[in-house]
Design a protein around this ligand. Sequence first.
Ligand code: ADP
Ligand code: MG
Length: 275
Amino acid sequence: TAELSRPTSTRIFVVANQKGGVGKTTTTVNVAAALAAKGLRVLVIDLDPQGNASTALDIEHSEGTPGTYEALVEGTALDRLVSPCPDFPALTVLPASIDLAGAEIELVSLVARETRLDRALQAHLEERERAGDRIDYVLIDCPPSLGLLTINALVAAREVLIPIQCEYYALEGLGQLVRNIELVRAHLNPRLDITTILLTMFDGRTRLSAGVAEEVRRHFGDKVLATAIPRSVRISEAPSYQQSVLTYDPSSSGALSYLEAAREISEAAAPVKES
Ligand code: ADP
Ligand code: MG
């Protein structure tokens, strides 16, 4: 199947939702893998001390492995911290180890505490571009909270991708996320925009899933991708083999739906830059 076309400039997504277990990490990993499988150059930033995205992409992240903590707290250049995913050489990863758990507290007393990821990322993007290796997509996987780690991601990104689980109370708590995004936009990052909503763990057999999907579409309109990710055992099994579902079971409905979601994302226009 056809390759996806490259965006005119790097698109930076934060994958956010302060609820745990809604599919943030699964979406980060599989959208990133799908974009890379289609010929694009992708960077995944693991901002969750759990390091689940690092695990799924088969990147070393045991305690003491340099990664996001060193970038944020020590100011180490990303060039020295990222490594390629074995399955997709065009996909590089900034890994998170458990050391990152301390960063939430340590950041509080550091200068420019909200903009440290932004600075580190911009320097890396410039470096890669200079080296003739421009990155097309950056996906930042967030922890399930709205603390300084997530704030750093919201400041570094231009687009917010919100995965919403097709479950009871799916929209509960989203108001808080939206208000935080507004605050970041007002004070720290005027270019931030919620561009993409992805329905996850959709079960076509239940009225509940259909009802949630309908409510989310009513609320967010055409930001909601036409593709919903089905609830699929293959998707949930893949990380325990350190794989995306695209390599674990390429013909599964989960793999096909993430490929389709990635195609939709690549076809949507990036928000127009202000100023
Ligand atoms: P979050 O990062 O928001 O906490 P995860 O991506 O880790 O959420 O997903 C939570 C759990 O649900 C994980 O065990 C994951 O494997 C599983 N999961 C995610 N998406 C699906 C899906 N489409 N079908 C089945 N299980 C899924
Ligand atoms: Mg996660």
